[in-house]
Design a protein around this ligand. Structure first.
Ligand SMILES: Cc1cc2nc3c(=O)[nH]c(=O)nc-3n(C[C@H](O)[C@H](O)[C@H](O)COP(=O)(O)OP(=O)(O)OC[C@H]3O[C@@H](n4cnc5c(N)ncnc54)[C@H](O)[C@@H]3O)c2cc1C
Length: 261
């Protein structure tokens, strides 16, 4: 059980960040779905819900998703259903259940960089940046390589570039964490292949993407992706099983992308 000593509705992101920096025991709250699984003793809980950060909007050739947007809002967004082969709504569909997805937030999901993250896997196959209140705007790929930060994720910014995309995951049971997750994104010759739940955090298969840009088959790219990335064991699957699965899921995602294009 987690405990909270004092609770504050932040009036601005500046105030929220100042509170966060003031004491290592202060914490920002998202939907609290992950926090309540742990035993954190929070001195001041910082609630962002009055900062108008729940939105999915488009403008200037970009799509903006605010930090407190819930996974369910992502899943049911008419805008996102029409973009990138609908991979953002699809990738959250198996996360626990509707009530859960009505609580869990996009900002916490990305900021926490969970290895099993379906959302990071899908976002990485698109041209995605994160905007941190202190750290500013940076590509998602750069953000996930950084050490943990005392900062607040304000929004995601995705290039609305007409990329076709496909998402694949394998789970032992329908709503369990993924054993492996794969996303492919393609804009003309520019490919991105992302593999998550390895069980480490999602990573791009750069060689596989390069091969695809040069006209390689889905099978060749899948083989390259399985070779270039590292995989590990956990209670859900062995590294070897994940490597075999990667070959199958990458192949399917690339084929699906090509069919849609
Ligand atoms: C049982 C269970 C099963 C799950 N299964 C999956 C799955 O299959 N696939 C998947 O992708 N995900 C899964 N998740 C993760 C889930 O989708 C959310 O990512 C997770 O619950 C965090 O979201 P939250 O809003 O509940 O965050 P919280 O629990 O509120 O916060 C989590 C952390 O993020 C910090 N935080 C919150 N908001 C921000 C912000 N804007 N900026 C900076 N830091 C912030 C908090 O301080 C805390 O450290 C699962 C989670 C649980 C509990």
């Amino acid at each position: 059980m987690y405990t909270i000593k004092s609770y504050q509705f932040a009036q601005s992101l500046d105030e929220a960040c100042e509170l966060l920096q003031k004491d290592s025991k202060n914490a920002v709250l998202g939907g609290c779905c992950w926090l309540k699984m742990g035993h954190k003793k929070i001195r001041t809980a910082i609630d962002l819900s009055r900062l108008d950060l729940s939105y999915i909007t488009e403008g200037d050739g970009k799509i903006y998703i605010g930090a407190t947007t819930t996974l369910r809002e992502l899943e049911t967004s008419p805008l996102l259903q029409k973009r990138f082969g609908g991979i953002l709504p699809q990738c959250v569909h198996n996360i626990v259940g509707v009530q859960f997805r009505n609580m869990a937030t996009v900002g916490a999901s990305v900021f926490s960089r969970y290895g099993f993250s379906d959302i990071i896997t899908a976002l990485l196959a698109l041209d995605t940046s994160v905007e941190l209140h202190l750290g500013g705007v940076m590509p998602l790929e750069e953000f996930i390589a950084l050490p943990p930060q005392r900062d607040i994720l304000k929004q995601l910014i995705i290039a609305d570039d007409g990329r076709t995309a496909a998402y694949q995951s394998m789970r032992n049971t329908a709503t369990d964490f993924p054993v492996l997750a794969v996303a492919a994104g393609c804009l003309e010759d520019d490919w991105k292949i992302s593999v998550g739940a390895r069980p480490a955090c999602a990573a791009l298969a750069v060689n596989a993407a390069k091969l695809l840009s040069q006209g390689a088959s889905a099978e060749q790219a899948a083989e390259a992706a399985a070779k270039e990335l590292t995989f590990g064991d956990n209670l859900r699957a062995s590294a070897e099983y994940r490597r075999l699965l990667a070959e199958v899921l990458v192949k399917r995602a690339v084929q699906q992308c090509r069919e849609e294009a």
